[in-house]
Design a protein around this ligand. Structure first.
Ligand code: SF4
Length: 276
């Protein structure tokens, strides 16, 4: 069995940074809580719990004197304000690239543009970005255009470039003035490009990462268009039957998948097929 392992699978720069900041805080305190799971990976969140980092979805779920971690997705300014007014000690692990997108949104709103965010409406990063746009903003929806003449467009950092291009083209006819900040993060593009290359030469693809991770799910959807693909969270889900008449397997992972989970999958395949 030939194994093609993606060099760019696993934690992105922003997730690595957020985990490092959270672990440092946990080492130096008696309680750390992230506002929402620090990463979209159930097994990694369980491991973080063991290191003293819990998560809660609401500000009211925070305990007294707990240090609050803002995860890489960032939050809206009103959330930050509410935390400050509660005198919470905050560690802001917003990815610098997400922070840059927040600043662009704020700038566009300040210049009088109606801001259109292109991304997944329920994604925490998109909710945070929207908070920087004030009242004149909307999330791109291909069935309903904002109908404004002066718009500013900003994508979610993990958006696919082609999807962003289509949204911009779709918005164009209604506008007189359009200002675009392309904040798409290359970490995502690099992962996708490499996964596509591997999927073209491997017989099957294994995509590792949380079922609740948007970027892992997207990676899986792209791979399955090219090859028979499986989305798993851990090595325990691998099935021997998937490898029947298969000579090569491609392995990639989302931006929130720890290296350890990828290593476990590779090790298990090697055990199943000792000459891999
Ligand atoms: S994908 Fe890019 S923007 Fe998003 S957290 Fe990772 S490094 Fe930051």
């Amino acid at each position: 069995m030939k194994i093609y392992r993606a060099r760019h699978g696993g934690f992105c720069f922003g997730v690595k940074r957020a985990i490092k900041l959270a672990l440092e805080a946990a080492d130096n305190s008696h309680g750390v809580c992230s506002l929402g799971p620090l990463i979209h990976n159930r097994l990694a969140v369980d491991d973080l719990m063991k290191s003293g980092i819990r998560s809660c979805d609401e500000i009211r779920g925070l305990k007294k004197n707990e240090i609050v971690i803002i995860r890489s997705h960032g939050v809206a300014p009103d959330v930050m304000q509410r935390l400050r007014s509660k005198n919470c000690q905050i560690i802001d692990a917003t990815c610098p690239r997400v922070r840059r997108a927040q600043r662009y949104v704020e700038k566009l709103a300040g210049e009088g543009y109606h801001v259109v965010i292109v991304g997944e409406k329920d994604h925490p990063e998109v909710k945070g970005l929207l908070g920087y746009a004030g009242k004149r903003a909307s999330i791109y929806n291909d069935n309903e255009r904002p109908g404004k003449k002066k718009i500013g467009v900003v994508p979610q950092t993990t958006l696919n470039q082609e999807r962003f291009n289509r949204a911009v083209t779709d918005l164009m006819p209604d506008t007189i003035e359009m200002k675009i900040y392309n904040t798409i993060c290359q970490e995502t593009a690099v992962r996708i490009n490499e996964a596509v290359k591997i999927a073209k030469k491997a017989d099957i693809m294994i995509v590792i990462g949380g079922k609740n991770s948007a970027n892992t799910t997207r990676l899986y959807q792209i791979c399955r268009k090219l090859r028979r693909s499986y989305h798993i969270e851990s090595a325990g889900e691998l099935k021997r039957s998937w490898f029947s008449a298969v000579k090569s397997v491609g392995i990639t992972a989302g931006a929130s998948t720890p290296k350890q989970q990828v290593d476990d999958v590779v090790r298990k395949i090697r055990r199943m097929f000792p000459r891999s």
